[in-house]
Ligand binder design. Sequence first.
Ligand code: FMN
Length: 177
Amino acid sequence: MRTQVLIAYCTRSGSTAEVAEAIGKSVNGAGMSAQVKAIADVESIPTGTEVVLGTAIYIGHFPKEFHRFLTRFESELSNVRPWVFVLGPTEKERKQFAAAEEQARRELGKHPTLRPSDMRVLGGRFDPTHLNLPFPMNLIQMLPANPMRKLPASDIRDWDWIHRWAEAIAEEIATRV
Ligand SMILES: Cc1cc2nc3c(=O)[nH]c(=O)nc-3n(C[C@H](O)[C@H](O)[C@H](O)COP(=O)(O)O)c2cc1C
């Protein structure tokens, strides 16, 4: 039977979901069976499933629902060594990446039983016309002088790198079987 790989993601504006889909394609291409799911659609994590987790970072934190997901599946996730990717910086600046790395490590540290095989901060996407922010962040969007509207759109997701990382994950999984 083909190895089952769950790629569970938490997104607000869709860019993390697209990265999860890309990882799923590469993992499938490596002969495994990848299931790409929003965390809200994950009902169980069967024993033997390999796991990749992805989330966006907002104002220095993972969304609450991602923390709730990690807590809900704490026991299952403590038995696997998940790969974790975190979308954050929207500019190719070392400082932004360093800050996001620190934030991501601190947020993951709230779940001490989670022992990732690898954790990577990836460049993300900012599109002021496609924001789907929850309260209270959406209040800023409603302001007539919404400061976010003045920010330029950017998308620094590195699809070649993402593809190579997914292939490396598949290779490592293959050695575990
Ligand atoms: C209101 C807001 C706050 C953000 N805060 C951070 C942050 O603190 N650190 C960071 O690295 N990226 C931050 N970002 C960038 C997002 O993480 C990035 O746009 C990501 O690709 C969004 O993922 P999603 O489309 O899956 O929701 C922020 C973006 C917005 C719109």
